[in-house]
Design a binder for this molecule. Structure first.
Ligand code: GAP
Length: 403
């Protein structure tokens, strides 16, 4: 079983490199541990994951305010938040090691220490007053941010699971203290819905009630959503009840007009890692089956999450009439409409199907000699491998109906 799991991780890492999803950071100089670079297909996938999150939790709601705070923040933020004193990992010999990345701002004697943010959360708390003054939101309301976070992890490992530079999607949801249990349950369900919507294998998602001794210093209750990764059941996302800890330490308060009093709202925080979302998604959709006696690998993405929605090919790339038709009458209009459309004329058709299967492209469209006379093309379904002929004029609707 262990060998099989190791094997699966190796297959995913190698597919990600081969098909342009994810590469080791600084690879040609021997790599930089804990950093990864995203290629065209990985980036498209990551963008789709982020957009899905933003649509559901920001654009889809009336009570959420987006923010994009600076990564470099005044060191006093991290002193107040407790990260300077306590955001540490244990070294093997028991020495505590602060995992924040330090750098300097300014030159010479004027230089001051600053930290790269280890979580996006504080960028939201320090803007609490700005959001309240600008938008006058009523409780409950939330702030949402997607952005990079940095941690000098002692042992980065397991591909993009534990990195030194990664990305978070976080919400700080401000509530009246008496409502925390209600909103904790509410956000738990919202997070589970989102995971299901993007296509995670929900049989591999588990909830872990984090015991008192293991919770972060700011939290009164935390649930970790864990995922059955090939290297073990590990934290995917977290949901924490942060009480009024953060607003208190930054001396922030709120005038509750309904109750006619000054108060400090409490916070429920759904916190999700973009990279772990992508890794668990890749593991959820990775599929092998037998086609024509050969093992075939395909990524069974939902069409609207897939990095490429459809690929267009002329049957033969040395027949100018096929290439011309495929390019102008099929590829160009589909590309204009859907954006994530690939042109693929490399190798024979079988090879192109295998390649697009590995990228997870739901539809492969081929322009052949019949197309020139009847204006129909073959559309091949990724999962079943079955093909049907579709009129060129119907292609946009055919795809739209399926995504
Ligand atoms: N604001 C709360 C917070 O930062 P966390 O559990 O430390 O909580 C939240 O991080 C999420 O960020 C994790 O559940 C995980 O998805 C992601 N994450 C944390 N450290 C990571 C790392 N080194 N590499 C990749 N993702 C990471």
């Amino acid at each position: 079983m262990k060998e099989k799991n190791k094997d699966l991780m190796e297959k995913i890492v190698s597919l990600c490199k081969r098909r342009g999803f994810v590469f080791q950071g600084s690879e040609i100089y021997g790599g930089l541990s804990g950093t990864y670079d995203w290629g065209h297909h990985g980036l498209a996938l990551k963008n789709n994951v982020r957009q899905y999150w933003w649509k559901k939790f920001v654009d889809g709601r009336k009570d959420m305010y987006g923010i994009d705070a600076a990564i470099l923040m005044n060191a006093r933020v991290w002193e107040a938040s407790g990260h300077v004193a306590g955001f540490s990992d244990s070294m093997e010999d028991g020495k505590q090691f602060n995992v924040m990345f330090k750098t300097e701002i300014g030159a010479g004697e004027e230089a001051a220490t600053v930290y790269l943010r280890p979580e996006t959360a504080q960028g939201m708390f320090v803007n609490f007053k700005n959001i309240v003054d600008a938008f006058h939101p009523k409780l409950p309301f939330g702030m949402a941010q997607i952005g990079k976070a940095f941690r000098n992890e002692i042992a980065p490992r397991d591909f993009i699971f534990r990195q030194r530079e990664f990305e978070q999607m976080e919400i700080e949801y401000f509530i009246r203290p008496a409502d925390w249990e209600k909103y904790f349950e509410y956000w738990k369900d919202e997070m589970l819905d989102w995971m299901e919507e993007i296509g995670l294998d929900m049989n591999k998602v588990h909830e872990l009630e984090v015991p008192d001794a293991e919770r972060a210093h700011y939290s009164k209750r935390t649930i970790d959503f864990e995922f059955d990764f090939p290297f073990g059941r590990k934290e995917l996302f977290g949901l924490a009840y942060r009480t009024d800890f953060d607003l208190n330490i930054h001396n922030l308060e709120y005038i509750d007009e309904e109750e006619g009093e000054k108060m400090v709202p409490h916070v429920v925080e759904p916190s999700m890692g973009v990279d772990r979302a992508v890794l668990s998604l890749l593991l959820s959709v990775y599929t092998e089956d037998k086609k024509g006696g050969e093992t075939r690998v395909y990524l069974k993405f939902k069409p609207n999450i897939a990095p490429v929605i459809c690929a267009v090919s002329p049957l033969l790339k040395n027949k100018p009439e096929l290439v011309e038709y495929a390019n102008t009458k099929v590829y160009a209009p589909l590309k204009e409409k859907f954006g994530r459309v690939a042109w693929d004329d490399n190798g024979n058709i079988g090879k192109r199907y295998r390649r697009q299967d590995e990228i997870g492209t739901p539809f492969c469209i081929v322009v052949d000699f019949d197309t020139l006379t009847d204006n129909t093309v073959t559309v091949r379904d990724r999962d079943s491998g079955e093909q049907e002929r579709v009129k060129v004029e119907d292609l946009k609707n055919y795809i739209k109906d399926r995504i």
